[in-house]
Design a protein around this ligand. Structure first.
Ligand code: CUA
Length: 174
């Protein structure tokens, strides 16, 4: 539904761009205006556009980056359980495979060889959290499981012939 809407919007925008191009081509030779006047107007518009863009970017960035890392428990909350996740071609070394519902988990993710991606999926195969697993680097992702079950850890980055075999599990108890 959303995909279709975006597709039609894209088609419509492409059509608009085409119309503008055709209009410009057809009118290009008709009249000549003083270039300097147009240039001055253009530069003024550009300044205004740039200022607006800057404000929008600053607001957007501060609104989204301020919560990083997402789902980090507040200082008043109980300490997180640290689980070390090490990616290797082709599997996962997970330091602790059983946790409890509501227990804040801090996943410390790294890799022993190449770049991998760590994605945590629930039983409906919905991605809940993810980060990159990089050699010589530790990425932290916080997650608190809300329902018991068997969760999967899959590799999200093509890392070699057996990339698809990188499946790990975490058991969440009530
Ligand atoms: Cu590891 Cu793909």
């Amino acid at each position: 539904m959303v995909n279709n809407l975006i597709w039609y919007l894209t088609l419509f925008s492409m059509l608009l761009v085409c119309i503008v191009f055709i209009y410009i081509v057809l009118n290009a030779s008709k009249k000549t205006e003083d270039y300097l006047v147009i240039q001055k107007k253009g530069y003024q518009l550009r300044k205004y556009f740039f200022a607006c863009l800057l404000v929008l970017l600053l607001i957007g960035s501060s609104r989204t980056l301020i919560n990083l890392p997402y789902d980090k428990p507040s200082t008043q909350a109980a300490q997180s359980t640290v689980i070390k996740v090490d990616a290797i071609q082709f599997g996962w070394k997970i330091s602790q495979k059983t946790v409890k519902v509501g227990e804040p988990i801090e996943f410390q993710v790294s890799s022993s060889d190449v770049n991998h991606g760590m994605g945590i999926y629930n039983e409906e195969m919905i991605l809940l959290a993810q980060t990159q697993a990089m050699p010589n680097n530790k990425n932290t992702v916080y997650y608190t499981f809300q329902e018991p079950g068997t969760y999967k850890i899959l590799c999200l980055e093509y890392c070699g012939v057996a990339h698809h075999l990188m499946v790990g599990t975490i058991e969440v108890l009530p």
